[in-house]
Design a binder for this molecule. Structure first.
Ligand code: BES
Ligand code: MN
Ligand code: ZN
Length: 528
């Protein structure tokens, strides 16, 4: 069987091997967890699994204490046997607990400290999603909101559970000829117990946010994971059109190469010059507020495959350069999230999409190109292509009169040396924007850390032949890349997120992470 026959061939290109998938047929994104809330006594529920938090094994509280009493002290007896570890997120499933109507009880440890930290609570909700993932469990009632989490409200807590449950169902089998049919993840009905009706609104908001963030991450992951012979700039353009069709608040505009040429985007076009795939500049305009409200503009690096061009990369691990469009993927994910949440603000998502190939028309080291800003650039290394596609996008978007601009890019290997695979590199020309992004990262457990953009570094980009060079030597590679972009972002408040270390995982769990969708959505939620 042809591998892509299930998804259907595109009608306009029946014999094309690359791009054989129709984006509208990407069905693996459908996430079936159904989240609800309820005010009725959870102990009276005939649920498949009652989820109870355990904050202090010696002194149970809330519904957990009531369940213990109802069962004649059964829970405490089990806990005395030391069967539940005290680390946050440790779980224990009990069957046939005396006098309870639930089929199972899932005990989830909150740790042994007095206060439950947000990190501990996130671990609990993630562990809950995993523990529920046995084929027998089809529904659950969660009492995790009985706990109070340090500094956080019910909306945040409910969001944590919703996000964990929906994210847990993620799978990617677009390219598998045989799709998995067995249920391996919890995909049933999850009910969040809310003790007072007056709190329903806060919990509902959390469910909406958590689901929207998880859905945005799933979209970002799908696009990142999709093979580069399928996920081309043209494919990303179609994906943007699909979002426009799905969400009335999104309007999509696409620029092709001849339109970009007329605008003078010589830097962006120098990257796609060696490829048969046509570059695209994709603009998704989300209107959730009056037109007079200045928008937040997100700009994503969408290099759908980065061979390095004529400055070609070594072949080991080069397959991972299909992930070089993960900045763009996160922009798509954020647009999906905010459209689902109907955020009352204006956001423009721009994707600079190109394939970096060493064709006969490819840009060569030493070539000099003219950017849309008028600045000339000496391309000393064709593998420093991300900044070339981004700089023209950064010039183009000034037409939106942005309030702030954030670009997101898998820009440098050097950021992995600096911050590892845990933390996004943050650079900015505005202290308060940098602080807001840092805070949003901590809140969303999707952290970033700022690096400086001082003048000393910018000097490394000087060129003997053009206004600037596209590389700045061996040292401080992440910062010199940031300085390059900064010189095209002088007219507005701007931040740059280098996600090369966090956007995907390597090895056995190879795949896109969906970062930094949670960070960006949190930033936008905090503004709205
Ligand atoms: N897409 C890469 C950055 C990258 C490399 C991300 C490895 C993740 C893992 C980018 O286009 C690139 O090649 N950057 C060069 C810049 C250098 C030529 C100044 C790099 O980091 O080596
Ligand atoms: Mn490169
Ligand atoms: Zn790249």
């Amino acid at each position: 069987m042809a591998p892509y026959s299930e998804a259907g061939l595109q009608h306009e290109q029946p014999f094309c091997i690359s791009g054989a998938l129709n984006p509208t047929d990407m069905t693996q994104r459908t996430i079936p967890v159904e989240l609800k809330l309820s005010n009725t006594n959870p102990l009276k529920s005939r649920t498949g699994c009652l989820v109870l938090p355990v904050a202090n094994q010696k002194k149970l509280t809330g519904t957990t204490a009531l369940a213990d009493k109802e069962s004649g002290g059964y829970l405490r007896k089990i806990l005395k046997q030391n069967d539940l570890a005290e680390s946050p997120g440790a779980t224990l499933v009990l069957h046939n607990v005396p006098e309870l109507d639930a089929q199972r009880v899932l005990l989830v440890s909150a740790g042994d400290s007095k206060k439950v930290s947000p990190q501990a609570f996130d671990r609990m909700t993630t562990a809950t999603a995993v523990a529920l993932s046995t084929p027998g469990i089809r529904d659950c009632v969660s009492c995790l909101n009985d706990l109070e989490v340090d500094d956080k409200d019910l909306t945040w807590q409910s969001r944590s559970l919703a996000q964990a449950l929906v994210s847990n169902t993620y799978k990617f089998d677009l390219h598998k000829s045989v799709k998995a049919s067995k249920r391996t993840k919890f995909d049933g009905k999850a009910t969040i117990f809310v003790s007072q009706r007056s709190l329903n609104k806060s919990v509902e908001a959390g469910i909406v946010q958590g689901t929207a963030i998880a859905n945005g991450m799933s979209l970002a992951r799908d696009l990142g994971n999709t093979a580069a012979n399928v996920c081309t700039p043209t494919y990303l353009g179609k994906e943007a059109k699909r979002l426009e069709k799905t969400f009335p608040a999104i309007k999509t505009r696409l620029l092709n190469e001849s339109q970009m040429e007329k605008l003078g985007m010589g830097a962006l076009l120098s990257v796609s010059a060696g490829s048969v795939e046509e570059a695209k500049l994709i603009c998704m305009e989300y209107k959730g507020a009056a037109s007079s409200k200045k928008p937040v503009v997100l700009v994503g690096k969408g290099v759908t495959f980065d061979t390095g061009g004529i400055s070609i990369k070594p072949s080991a691990g080069m397959d991972e350069m299909k992930f070089d469009m993960c900045g763009a993927a996160s922009v798509f994910g954020v647009m999906q999230s905010i459209a689902e949440m109907k955020l009352k603000m204006n956001v423009i998502g721009v994707v600079a999409a190109a394939e970096n190939m060493p064709g006969s028309k490819a840009t060569k080291p030493g070539d000099i190109v003219t950017s849309m800003s008028g600045k000339t650039i000496e391309v000393l290394n064709t593998d420093a292509e991300g900044r070339l596609v981004l700089c023209d996008a950064l010039t183009y978007i000034s037409k939106y009169k942005p309030d702030v601009v954030i670009d997101i890019a898998t820009l440098t290997g050097a950021v992995i040396v600096a911050l590892g695979n845990h933390t996004t590199g943050l650079m900015s020309n505005d202290d308060s924007l940098a602080e807001d992004l840092y805070t949003a990262g901590v809140e969303a457990q999707d952290k970033c850390w700022r690096l400086p953009l001082w003048d000393e570094y910018e000097k490394q980009l000087s060129s003997n032949f053009a206004d600037l060079a596209n590389i700045g030597g061996r040292s401080a590679g992440t910062i010199t890349a940031g300085c390059f972009l900064a010189s095209f972002a002088k007219e507005y408040k701007w931040a740059h997120l280098d996600i090369a270390g966090v956007a995907w995982k390597q090895g056995g769990a190879k795949g896109s992470t969906g970062r930094p969708v949670p960070l960006l959505v949190q930033y936008l939620l905090n503004r709205s």
